[in-house]
Design a protein around this ligand. Structure first.
Ligand SMILES: [Zn+2]
Ligand SMILES: [Zn+2]
Length: 259
Protein backbone atom coordinates (compact mmCIF):
# COMPACT_ATOMS: atom_id res chain seq x y z
CA UNK A 1 0.00 0.00 0.00
CA UNK A 2 1.18 3.44 -0.84
CA UNK A 3 0.33 6.47 1.32
CA UNK A 4 0.90 10.20 0.92
CA UNK A 5 -0.68 12.25 3.70
CA UNK A 6 0.84 15.71 3.44
CA UNK A 7 -0.35 17.70 0.42
CA UNK A 8 -1.41 21.27 -0.19
CA UNK A 9 -3.86 23.11 -2.44
CA UNK A 10 -3.99 26.55 -4.08
CA UNK A 11 -5.86 27.91 -1.07
CA UNK A 12 -2.52 28.52 0.70
CA UNK A 13 -1.43 30.90 -2.08
CA UNK A 14 1.89 29.14 -2.57
CA UNK A 15 0.82 25.93 -4.35
CA UNK A 16 -0.22 25.29 -7.94
CA UNK A 17 -2.74 23.01 -9.63
CA UNK A 18 -6.35 22.04 -8.97
CA UNK A 19 -7.22 19.56 -6.26
CA UNK A 20 -8.70 17.25 -8.87
CA UNK A 21 -5.50 17.26 -10.91
CA UNK A 22 -3.60 16.24 -7.75
CA UNK A 23 -5.93 13.31 -7.30
CA UNK A 24 -5.65 12.24 -10.91
CA UNK A 25 -1.87 12.26 -10.61
CA UNK A 26 -1.98 10.35 -7.33
CA UNK A 27 -4.14 7.67 -8.97
CA UNK A 28 -1.75 7.49 -11.91
CA UNK A 29 1.12 6.90 -9.49
CA UNK A 30 -0.74 4.09 -7.74
CA UNK A 31 -1.15 5.91 -4.44
CA UNK A 32 -3.81 4.10 -2.38
CA UNK A 33 -4.34 6.64 0.38
CA UNK A 34 -3.96 10.35 -0.33
CA UNK A 35 -4.48 13.09 2.21
CA UNK A 36 -5.00 16.81 1.77
CA UNK A 37 -3.45 18.72 4.64
CA UNK A 38 -3.77 22.38 3.76
CA UNK A 39 -2.03 24.98 5.94
CA UNK A 40 -4.70 25.65 8.54
CA UNK A 41 -5.99 29.18 9.10
CA UNK A 42 -4.21 31.30 11.69
CA UNK A 43 -4.14 34.98 12.59
CA UNK A 44 -0.42 35.16 11.84
CA UNK A 45 1.19 34.86 8.37
CA UNK A 46 -2.41 34.60 7.22
CA UNK A 47 -1.74 35.14 3.53
CA UNK A 48 0.06 31.83 3.07
CA UNK A 49 -2.71 29.62 4.37
CA UNK A 50 -6.39 28.88 4.20
CA UNK A 51 -8.69 31.60 5.52
CA UNK A 52 -11.12 30.77 8.30
CA UNK A 53 -13.98 31.56 5.90
CA UNK A 54 -12.63 28.99 3.44
CA UNK A 55 -12.62 26.03 5.81
CA UNK A 56 -16.10 24.87 4.77
CA UNK A 57 -15.40 25.03 1.06
CA UNK A 58 -12.07 23.23 1.53
CA UNK A 59 -13.80 20.44 3.43
CA UNK A 60 -16.59 20.14 0.89
CA UNK A 61 -14.10 20.04 -2.01
CA UNK A 62 -12.23 17.21 -0.32
CA UNK A 63 -15.49 15.32 0.26
CA UNK A 64 -16.62 15.80 -3.35
CA UNK A 65 -13.37 14.31 -4.62
CA UNK A 66 -13.46 11.58 -1.99
CA UNK A 67 -16.84 10.49 -3.36
CA UNK A 68 -16.09 10.95 -7.00
CA UNK A 69 -12.93 8.84 -6.89
CA UNK A 70 -13.91 6.41 -4.13
CA UNK A 71 -13.28 3.39 -6.33
CA UNK A 72 -9.80 4.51 -7.31
CA UNK A 73 -8.24 6.03 -4.21
CA UNK A 74 -8.96 6.73 -0.58
CA UNK A 75 -8.91 10.46 0.08
CA UNK A 76 -8.41 11.82 3.59
CA UNK A 77 -9.04 15.21 5.11
CA UNK A 78 -6.45 16.92 7.26
CA UNK A 79 -4.73 20.17 8.12
CA UNK A 80 -1.14 21.11 8.62
CA UNK A 81 -1.31 23.26 11.73
CA UNK A 82 1.38 25.63 12.95
CA UNK A 83 2.36 24.97 16.50
CA UNK A 84 2.77 28.60 17.47
CA UNK A 85 1.92 29.86 20.95
CA UNK A 86 -0.96 32.32 21.02
CA UNK A 87 -2.05 31.59 17.45
CA UNK A 88 -3.65 28.16 17.57
CA UNK A 89 -7.39 28.22 17.08
CA UNK A 90 -10.07 25.92 18.43
CA UNK A 91 -11.93 26.01 15.10
CA UNK A 92 -8.97 24.14 13.66
CA UNK A 93 -8.03 22.00 16.66
CA UNK A 94 -11.62 20.82 17.14
CA UNK A 95 -12.45 20.37 13.46
CA UNK A 96 -13.69 17.00 12.24
CA UNK A 97 -10.80 15.68 10.23
CA UNK A 98 -8.97 12.43 9.68
CA UNK A 99 -5.76 13.84 11.15
CA UNK A 100 -3.88 16.98 12.11
CA UNK A 101 -0.23 17.48 11.26
CA UNK A 102 1.56 19.68 13.80
CA UNK A 103 4.45 21.64 12.29
CA UNK A 104 6.89 24.28 13.41
CA UNK A 105 7.72 26.87 10.77
CA UNK A 106 8.28 29.79 13.16
CA UNK A 107 10.53 30.40 16.15
CA UNK A 108 8.76 33.35 17.70
CA UNK A 109 8.01 35.50 14.67
CA UNK A 110 10.97 34.20 12.66
CA UNK A 111 9.92 32.12 9.66
CA UNK A 112 13.13 30.11 9.69
CA UNK A 113 12.29 27.97 6.64
CA UNK A 114 11.77 31.00 4.41
CA UNK A 115 14.84 31.82 2.27
CA UNK A 116 13.97 35.53 2.58
CA UNK A 117 14.78 35.45 6.29
CA UNK A 118 17.66 33.01 6.40
CA UNK A 119 20.31 35.63 7.21
CA UNK A 120 18.94 35.39 10.75
CA UNK A 121 20.78 32.05 11.17
CA UNK A 122 24.02 34.02 11.24
CA UNK A 123 22.74 36.42 13.94
CA UNK A 124 22.05 33.70 16.47
CA UNK A 125 23.84 30.81 18.14
CA UNK A 126 23.21 27.79 15.92
CA UNK A 127 23.08 25.29 18.81
CA UNK A 128 20.50 27.47 20.55
CA UNK A 129 18.41 27.74 17.39
CA UNK A 130 18.32 23.97 17.06
CA UNK A 131 17.55 23.49 20.76
CA UNK A 132 14.74 26.04 20.62
CA UNK A 133 13.29 24.27 17.60
CA UNK A 134 13.31 20.84 19.29
CA UNK A 135 12.03 22.32 22.57
CA UNK A 136 9.06 23.50 20.52
CA UNK A 137 8.59 20.00 19.07
CA UNK A 138 8.66 18.65 22.62
CA UNK A 139 6.03 21.06 23.88
CA UNK A 140 3.90 20.41 20.78
CA UNK A 141 3.96 16.67 21.55
CA UNK A 142 3.09 17.32 25.19
CA UNK A 143 0.12 19.44 24.16
CA UNK A 144 -1.44 16.34 22.58
CA UNK A 145 -3.50 18.17 19.93
CA UNK A 146 -1.89 16.63 16.86
CA UNK A 147 -1.53 13.24 15.20
CA UNK A 148 1.55 13.64 13.01
CA UNK A 149 4.78 15.58 13.54
CA UNK A 150 5.41 17.50 10.32
CA UNK A 151 8.95 17.37 8.89
CA UNK A 152 10.61 16.54 12.22
CA UNK A 153 13.95 18.26 11.51
CA UNK A 154 12.87 21.11 9.23
CA UNK A 155 15.45 23.30 10.98
CA UNK A 156 18.17 21.66 8.82
CA UNK A 157 16.56 23.07 5.65
CA UNK A 158 19.38 25.49 4.74
CA UNK A 159 22.19 23.31 6.07
CA UNK A 160 22.96 25.46 9.08
CA UNK A 161 23.98 22.55 11.28
CA UNK A 162 24.66 22.53 15.03
CA UNK A 163 28.07 21.69 16.43
CA UNK A 164 26.40 19.83 19.30
CA UNK A 165 25.25 16.19 18.85
CA UNK A 166 21.78 16.31 17.27
CA UNK A 167 20.77 13.19 19.22
CA UNK A 168 21.24 15.12 22.46
CA UNK A 169 19.36 18.13 21.12
CA UNK A 170 16.39 16.04 19.95
CA UNK A 171 16.25 13.37 22.64
CA UNK A 172 13.58 14.94 24.87
CA UNK A 173 11.42 15.81 21.88
CA UNK A 174 11.49 12.23 20.61
CA UNK A 175 10.58 10.84 24.02
CA UNK A 176 7.65 13.25 24.21
CA UNK A 177 6.50 12.16 20.74
CA UNK A 178 6.54 8.52 21.85
CA UNK A 179 4.60 9.35 24.99
CA UNK A 180 1.98 11.33 23.10
CA UNK A 181 1.35 8.48 20.63
CA UNK A 182 2.18 10.71 17.69
CA UNK A 183 3.44 9.52 14.33
CA UNK A 184 6.35 11.05 12.43
CA UNK A 185 6.27 11.50 8.68
CA UNK A 186 9.02 10.64 6.25
CA UNK A 187 8.71 13.80 4.21
CA UNK A 188 10.51 13.95 0.87
CA UNK A 189 10.30 17.76 0.54
CA UNK A 190 13.77 17.98 2.09
CA UNK A 191 15.15 16.40 -1.08
CA UNK A 192 13.94 19.49 -2.97
CA UNK A 193 15.58 21.91 -0.52
CA UNK A 194 19.23 22.87 0.14
CA UNK A 195 19.50 20.13 2.79
CA UNK A 196 18.95 17.51 0.01
CA UNK A 197 17.88 15.10 2.73
CA UNK A 198 14.60 13.48 3.69
CA UNK A 199 12.99 14.82 6.89
CA UNK A 200 13.97 13.34 9.29
CA UNK A 201 17.62 12.37 8.95
CA UNK A 202 18.74 8.74 9.20
CA UNK A 203 20.13 9.50 12.64
CA UNK A 204 16.80 10.74 14.01
CA UNK A 205 14.85 8.02 12.26
CA UNK A 206 17.03 5.41 13.94
CA UNK A 207 16.25 7.00 17.30
CA UNK A 208 12.54 7.02 16.46
CA UNK A 209 12.66 3.36 15.50
CA UNK A 210 14.34 2.42 18.75
CA UNK A 211 11.62 4.27 20.64
CA UNK A 212 8.89 2.49 18.62
CA UNK A 213 7.60 5.71 17.12
CA UNK A 214 5.44 4.87 14.09
CA UNK A 215 5.88 6.50 10.70
CA UNK A 216 3.82 7.68 7.77
CA UNK A 217 4.73 9.01 4.32
CA UNK A 218 4.47 12.49 2.83
CA UNK A 219 5.60 14.31 -0.26
CA UNK A 220 4.48 17.74 1.00
CA UNK A 221 3.35 18.49 -2.56
CA UNK A 222 2.74 22.11 -3.50
CA UNK A 223 2.66 21.20 -7.24
CA UNK A 224 1.54 18.25 -9.30
CA UNK A 225 5.11 17.22 -10.12
CA UNK A 226 5.83 16.87 -6.40
CA UNK A 227 3.17 14.26 -5.68
CA UNK A 228 4.82 11.02 -4.62
CA UNK A 229 8.15 12.82 -4.81
CA UNK A 230 11.14 10.41 -4.60
CA UNK A 231 8.94 7.73 -3.12
CA UNK A 232 11.43 4.93 -3.86
CA UNK A 233 14.15 6.70 -1.95
CA UNK A 234 11.85 7.28 1.03
CA UNK A 235 10.71 3.66 1.14
CA UNK A 236 14.29 2.48 0.88
CA UNK A 237 15.27 4.58 3.90
CA UNK A 238 12.31 3.35 5.97
CA UNK A 239 13.14 -0.29 5.21
CA UNK A 240 16.84 0.20 5.87
CA UNK A 241 16.02 1.43 9.36
CA UNK A 242 13.76 -1.58 9.94
CA UNK A 243 10.25 -0.24 9.39
CA UNK A 244 7.75 -2.37 7.45
CA UNK A 245 4.50 -0.73 8.51
CA UNK A 246 3.17 2.79 8.26
CA UNK A 247 0.21 4.58 9.79
CA UNK A 248 -2.86 5.94 8.08
CA UNK A 249 -5.78 7.69 9.77
CA UNK A 250 -9.53 7.78 9.77
CA UNK A 251 -11.28 10.30 11.98
CA UNK A 252 -8.14 10.54 14.06
CA UNK A 253 -7.85 6.81 14.65
CA UNK A 254 -4.58 5.21 13.61
CA UNK A 255 -4.42 2.17 11.40
CA UNK A 256 -1.21 0.30 10.57
CA UNK A 257 -0.67 -0.86 7.02
CA UNK A 258 2.17 -2.71 5.35
CA UNK A 259 3.98 -0.66 2.75
ZN1 LIG B 1 3.34 25.24 2.18
ZN1 LIG C 1 5.26 22.40 6.58
Amino acid sequence: MRIDLHNHTTRCNHAKGSMESYIKRAIELGIDIYGFSEHAPMDFDSHYRLKFEEMDSYVSDVYKLKNKYKNDIKILLGYEVDYLQGHMDERVLKSEVDYLIGSIHFLGEWGFDNPEFNSEYKNRDINQIWQEYFDNIESMAKRGSFDIVGHLDLIKIFNFMPTKDIRLIASKALKAIRKSNMVIELNSAGLRKPTKEIYPSTLLLEMAYELNIPITFSSDAHAIGQIGFKYDEVIKLAKKIGYSKAVTFEQREQELITF
